[in-house]
Design a protein around this ligand. Structure first.
Ligand code: MV4
Length: 507
């Protein structure tokens, strides 16, 4: 067993997750290096770390995605490892490879595992070979229209056309009628090419009204893998998760142990090392299929930590040091129930438009069974450049009902002024009968929009307007980065203009 203790970690991230990671480092006696953009000089992760270095302009392409700068900062600060958090460079195989070449320990899986799982067609192939159930569909990329039509006629509509380089809901098209195949295929291909620079597509049978259930796994480099049970993530809006809970209210112990065994098999097939998540999609009859693997620490990891009693960041670091897993599957049990609510700086009465600004007051909930992972403070201005997540509120209860009651209490105590937040919206979710009964799927928010949203409507047209606002915000960010990166900026602008034209033509 080859072990190399980590003494100093550079955290290549910002916001709540950067602090979350540094907290575990502090408990382990590991020093931390923060990196920050021009927009983050006053950010909390900069204050929390032992050292902090500016890595560039506000747009993430100039800072949190700047591989050369981050590697150089790690080396000059004497860090021996890099934790990428989630988002940004966390699933970037080239970055993991650079770390390896530069003698820095990437706290995460190998670039080969990231690449294999990042390519959804190769992931599907691997899973089929490992005996893991995947959604019925193509195993090779779809090269032409005739082939697609022939295949879809065979398995029957509805189907999803997906980008192999996509994931998380990006680059997908639902095909309900055979007559839509050609146009959907064309649209999906051009979108995939634009968004990922890779136009490979595959086709899956459409699973209607699905549940999104994912399994947390941990693997060491000696071939030991355990799962840490499931997270139910079906309460989401436009592929953004809103509430997560564990255990799932719908799966049985028997299904749980079968899914867990498949999750372990999936990780082993990927020759995986570190913490990862196997996403399954489950239909109304409780049939489940592998969807994709996330090769990073996830936003919602704390509910697993709470119910299983494992600090996932510490385990990631121990694994990266070359240690064996300190527990076996039999050592792990679920105890009680945990729920996470994501608090975003968004205007829920205005199509969840991001609402950055200055926090004029904040009171966070405390007390038994409560964890609040945040990063904002009174007087702090949330920058426009990044994700609008303010904090994650995680509660534990002995039973699901107790956890819901505790979440209601915690949301009642939570006060934020200065920016609009999702807190009241989350209170309404906790009070929705379908949620209380645990009877919900991925259509939950849309189905309950009358009581959840002020306007009571889930309006397509308004979504388009929100998109235009996002576009406007994006353009203002681009203006800033123009000086340094003229060529790619121009290309991005053209793509966005093309997309904007498509949307405006629908209004
Ligand atoms: C699907 C699907 C139905 N059928 N695939 C969305 C995110 C990405 N990970 C895959 N997604 C879906 N794939 C087939 N064959 C429905 C979704 C989907 C979804 C999945 C999980 C959680 C929320 C979702 C919301 C809409 C669509």
């Amino acid at each position: 067993m080859e072990q190399k203790p980590i003494k100093k970690v550079l955290v290549a991230n910002r916001g709540e997750i950067a602090i979350r990671i540094m907290r575990s480092c502090r408990e382990m006696g590991i020093e931390t290096v923060a990196v920050f953009s021009d927009a983050d000089r006053t950010a909390m992760h900069v204050r929390y770390s032992n050292e902090a270095y500016n890595i560039g302009a506000a747009p993430s392409s100039e800072s949190y995605l700047n591989i050369d700068k981050i590697i150089a900062t790690a080396k000059s600060s004497g860090a021996d490892a890099i934790h990428p958090g989630y988002g940004f460079l966390s699933e970037n195989a080239a970055f993991a490879r650079r770390c390896r070449e530069e003698g820095l320990q990437f706290i995460g899986p190998s670039p080969e595992s990231i690449e294999m799982m990042g390519d959804k067609i190769s992931a599907r192939k691997k899973m089929i070979a490992a005996g893991v159930p995947v959604v019925p569909g193509t195993t090779e990329k779809v090269t032409n229209e005739a082939e697609a039509i022939k295949y879809i006629k065979e398995i029957g509509v509805p189907v999803m056309i997906k980008a192999s380089a996509g994931g998380g809901g990006k680059g997908m098209r639902l095909v309900k009628k055979e007559s839509q195949i050609a146009s959907s295929l064309r649209a999906a291909r051009s979108e995939a090419k634009t968004a990922f620079g890779d136009d490979a597509l595959y086709i899956e049978k459409y699973v209607d009204s699905p549940h999104h259930i994912e399994f947390q796994i941990l693997s060491d480099r000696y071939g030991n893998t355990v799962h840490l049970f499931e997270r139910e993530c079906s309460v989401q809006r436009r592929h953004q998760k809103v509430v997560e809970e564990t255990p799932s209210p719908i799966i049985t112990p028997e299904i749980r142990s079968r899914m867990g065994a498949y999750a372990v098999a999936a990780a082993n097939a990927a020759n995986y090392e570190g913490a990862g998540t196997i996403e399954f999609i489950m239909d109304e009859q409780l049939n489940f299929y592998f969807l994709e693997m996330n090769t990073r620490l996830q936003v919602e990891h704390p509910i697993t930590e709470r119910v299983v009693g494992v600090d996932l960041v510490k385990e990631q670091i121990r694994i990266a040091e070359g240690n064996k897993l300190p527990f076996t599957q039999d050592d792990l049990k679920q105890s009680g129930h945990a729920i996470e609510c994501r608090i975003y700086a968004e205007d829920t009465d205005n199509n969840f438009m991001p609402n950055p600004g200055t926090i004029t007051h904040i009171t966070e909930p405390y007390g038994f069974g409560i964890r609040c992972d945040g990063y904002v403070y009174e007087g702090y201005t949330i920058p426009i450049y990044y994700d609008s997540l303010i904090s994650k509120l995680i509660v534990w209860g002995r039973t699901r009902d107790a956890a819901i009651e505790r979440m209601r209490r915690a949301l009642y105590e939570y006060k934020i002024t200065g920016v609009k937040t999702t807190i009241r919206f989350l209170e309404r979710i906790m009070d929705t009968p379908d949620f209380r009964k645990g009877e919900y799927n991925t259509h939950f928010i849309e189905k309950n929009s009358a009581s959840l949203l002020a306007e009571g409507i889930y309006d397509k047209k308004n979504e388009d307007i929100a998109l235009i606002a996002t576009y406007a915000q994006y353009m203002s960010r681009i203006e800033e980065s123009k000086k340094t990166n003229a060529a790619t900026t121009e290309k991005k602008e053209t793509n966005w203009k093309r997309q904007l034209r498509k949307f405006t033509s629908r209004i």
